[in-house]
Ligand binder design. Structure first.
Ligand code: 3UK
Length: 514
């Protein structure tokens, strides 16, 4: 896709100030309950915060700044201000508690934090265990040294962007840590533009009149790209509701006429049950990422809304989506094609490319890629310039990529390799099943057996008869050796902060129960 950027580059100049300079300052940038900011309004907030950072808080280029807030207008302004001032943003999920905040502070040696006053308690407690953190400044509260008070100074209205290089690091995103310690991934100023000019321009193809909405936190790069970077690159608007659970998302789409949504398959499934009598006709583009999108979910969403779900696989290491399909190229059940600018291939354990139709490890390369902050696991993720994401995929003869499982989620039962997600897809086609997770449980005879954890649709209760019916359902839809020999009915499945099924937690449950 020939993505090249000038050597001196500050991403905020391109995403924000350019719109103001070119006469688009009165366009709407942010819509939130009781508030609307134009691009000019946002630019001024960003300048004021950047001045506070440099003049009052002593920020110099390359300093790391922790950000802690829900997806609010001030969070967006603070994030952009850190980048404009040449700092490095380390955003954290608002739901993180004391223990989880200590690790990124120490790992990234963060001295300064900006925080929404309503959720400062856990951060203040973390500070006691992380002496690196010298200063926490909050907004939304009162007090003379609040960010709001400092921002009000007369001469803080304008700010010259730090003269950064296109390959200066501007953010460190911590992975959600489904296994082991979270890893800090570093991304450059140009990377933030590259995802907009690759996925945004070539696959998503939104318009400046679109209104973007979704649930992922901005600390998750899925949310940062989908809710902030993609709309700002084209001068569109982002909608930031106070709450973004599935019912709130429906309310907000209806109320603010949102047209582009970014969320995970689980949230689309949850919304399906709540759409009767609602008007979400403003919606025209729906992106699903974070987890595999089962075909039954694609079909149900299309039947109910008339819209295809655009699946896309992204990773914190890659910053955003690198395989997906534009709306006219979707093949339901497949993740899609490499995003223009990226290459993808399937390799075996030794790193040799395998033939089409054979499952193996997914390897990708392109304008963005993995750079872990001081972490030996870099050598396992990047092999020979290719990013190996830990997913098992196959490519068909038309070049489409089909998700099989996380590489470490394959179940091996009596010598058969069984992908848990394939059994989940089949179970989801049964009308009693709302959510499910399928893992291997230890078994003395077969090594492992397939075990399904099932959340039933509301009003239903699980018994031996229903378990039997679900087993027969899988045997009828898949090779019978894949059917779940064990079934457990549960109220909810364990999920990460980013909404992913924690298969390791299910595996642990399966071990404990066997
Ligand atoms: C899995 C998928 C199948 C896959 C992310 C969009 O999820 C994001 O980043 P994470 O670092 O996780 C990466 C891993 O999640 N995955 C994500 N999307 C899909 N598996 N189909 C999908 N569509 O295992 C991958 O390796 O949390 C997603 C944009 C930015 C992101 N950071």
């Amino acid at each position: 896709a020939g993505l090249s950027y000038p050597d001196r580059l500050n991403v905020v100049t391109e995403l924000l100030d350019r719109h103001v300079a070119e006469g688009r300052g009165s366009r709407t940038a942010i819509i939130a309950p009781g508030l609307e900011w134009s691009y000019a309004d946002l630019a001024e907030k960003v300048n004021r915060i950047a001045n506070v950072l440099v003049r009052d808080l002593g920020l110099t280029a390359g300093n790391r700044v922790l950000l802690r807030a829900a997806n609010t207008p001030m969070m967006v302004a603070a994030y952009l201000a850190v980048l404009k001032a040449g700092g490095i943003a380390v955003a954290t999920m608002p739901m993180l508690r004391v223990g989880e905040l200590v690790y990124p502070i120490r790992k990234a040696r963060i001295a300064l934090a900006l925080c929404d006053d309503r959720i400062v308690a856990d951060l203040a407690a973390a500070q006691a265990q992380a002496p690196e953190l010298k200063r926490i400044v909050t907004w939304g509260g009162d007090g003379e040294d609040s960010l709001d008070a400092l921002m009000r100074r007369d001469d803080y209205e304008s700010f010259a962007a730090a003269d950064t290089s296109r390959d200066d690091v501007c953010l460190i995103g911590f992975t959600s840590g489904t296994t082991g310690e979270p890893k800090g991934t570093m991304h450059f100023h140009q990377d933030l533009l590259a995802i907009c000019d690759a996925y945004g321009a070539r696959v998503l193809k939104a318009s400046p009149d679109d209104r973007f909405i979704g649930s992922p936190p901005l600390a998750f790069t899925f949310g940062l790209g989908g809710l902030v970077l993609f709309p700002m690159r084209i001068g569109a608007a982002m909608v930031l509701p106070d709450k973004a659970g599935p019912p709130d998302l429906i309310d907000a789409i209806e109320r603010y006429k949102a047209s582009v949504s970014f969320t995970a398959p689980t949230a689309y499934r949850a919304m399906l049950d709540k759409l009767d009598g609602r008007d979400i006709s403003s919606l025209r583009i729906c992106v699903s990422a974070g987890e595999a999108l089962p075909k039954p979910t694609f079909d149900a969403w299309q039947a109910k809304t008339g819209l295809p779900l655009m699946d896309g696989i992204g990773a914190t290491e890659m910053l955003h989506i690198f395989i997906g399909a534009a709306r006219d190229k979707i093949r339901p059940g497949s993740t899609g094609l490499p995003v223009p600018g990226y290459e993808a291939k399937i390799v075996d354990e030794e790193g040799r490319e395998v033939a089409d139709g054979i499952a193996g490890r997914l390897a990708v390369r392109g304008p963005t890629g993995c750079r872990y902050l001081a972490d030996a696991r870099q050598a396992r993720y990047v092999l020979d310039g290719w990013n190996v994401t830990g997913d098992t995929y196959l490519r068909d003869s038309d070049g489409y990529f089909w998700y099989q499982a996380r590489s470490d989620d394959m179940i091996i039962s009596a010598g058969y390799n069984i992908a848990g997600p394939e059994v989940e897809v089949c179970l989801l086609t049964h009308e009693a099943v709302a959510e499910c997770g399928v893992v291997g449980a230890p078994c003395p005879d077969r090594g492992q057996i397939v075990k399904a954890y099932i959340v039933l649709r509301s009003g239903l209760t699980g018994d031996a008869g229903l378990a039997k019916a679900l087993q027969e359902h899988v045997k009828a839809g898949l090779a019978p050796y894949k059917y779940p020999r064990a079934i457990a009915f549960v109220d909810a499945l364990p999920k990460t902060a980013t909404g992913k099924l924690q298969r390791f937690a299910l595996r642990q449950m399966a071990r404990d129960e066997s």
